[in-house]
Design a protein around this ligand. Structure first.
Ligand code: PRP
Ligand code: URA
Length: 212
């Protein structure tokens, strides 16, 4: 695959361990959901490395010191429905005050084209750092359209976080949105004829919510 400056693929042993269980078809819904959250939490630490900090004065029991904090209300999370919802608690565990917007997208199973069916974003989102989250980056169509939707509504600083990606999805997003850092836990081999990631983990939404 071509190298992209805005794509970061984690190669953390703990993530590898957890993803091996996530992929297993015998892993049940509860464990699957917990793993998605845990992996997201680890990814959040990494993808927040360059987040803006502001100086604050803090009084310790001994003296006053200048410390650094993430500014109040500067971060938003936007899951792509449905499967992205499974990652929200993973970000909230690290950053509980992040407001949450929702973008509803579904992929037409025949054409694989994404369709937006819902969008509700927190007020002032255009001034926040937005974490767009979706566990699966397959053809990249859903992520590209969600990024377009966020930009159309004024978002300027967006990061995309996906657990598993296919090379096609990475290329599509990195080419269409070179200004968006893309954080991915694992790069898989490719896609099958139905647009499913190989080896992948199957349908993330169905496995999270037990719909199949
Ligand atoms: C899945 C997944 C992504 C999309 C990825 O959602 O959660 O949003 O497919 O595929 P793409 O990169 O080819 O667009 P799906 O459309 O299955 O909807 P769901 O989350 O409601 O199950
Ligand atoms: N959506 C999923 O949930 N899984 C895939 O492998 C591809 C798209």
């Amino acid at each position: 695959m071509k190298q992209f400056k805005n794509v970061f693929i984690f190669d953390h042993p703990l993530i590898k361990h957890k993803i091996s269980i996530l992929r297993d078809k015998n892993t049940g819904m509860k464990e699957f959901r917990e793993l998605v959250e845990e992996i997201t939490t680890i990814m959040t630490y990494e993808s927040m490395r360059d987040v803006e900090l502001v100086p604050v004065q803090v009084e310790t029991p001994l003296e006053t010191t200048t410390q650094y904090r993430v500014p109040e209300d500067s971060i938003a999370i936007v899951p792509i429905l449905r499967a992205g919802l499974g990652m929200v608690n993973g970000v909230h565990r690290v950053f509980p005050t992040a407001k949450v917007g929702h973008i509803g997208m579904y992929r037409d199973e025949d054409t694989l084209e994404p369709h937006e069916y819902y969008c509700k974003l927190p007020e002032g989102i255009e001034n926040k750092t937005v974490f767009l989250i979706d566990p699966m980056l397959a053809t990249g169509g859903s992520a590209c359209d969600a990024l377009d939707a966020l930009k159309k509504r004024g978002c300027k600083k967006i990061k995309l976080m996906s657990i598993i990606a296919a090379p096609q999805g990475i290329e599509a997003v990195a080419t269409a949105h070179p200004d968006v850092p893309v954080y991915v836990s694992t790069l898989d081999r490719g896609l099958n004829e139905h647009g499913y990631i190989l080896p992948g983990l199957g349908d993330a939404g169905d496995r999270l919510y037990g719909t199949k």
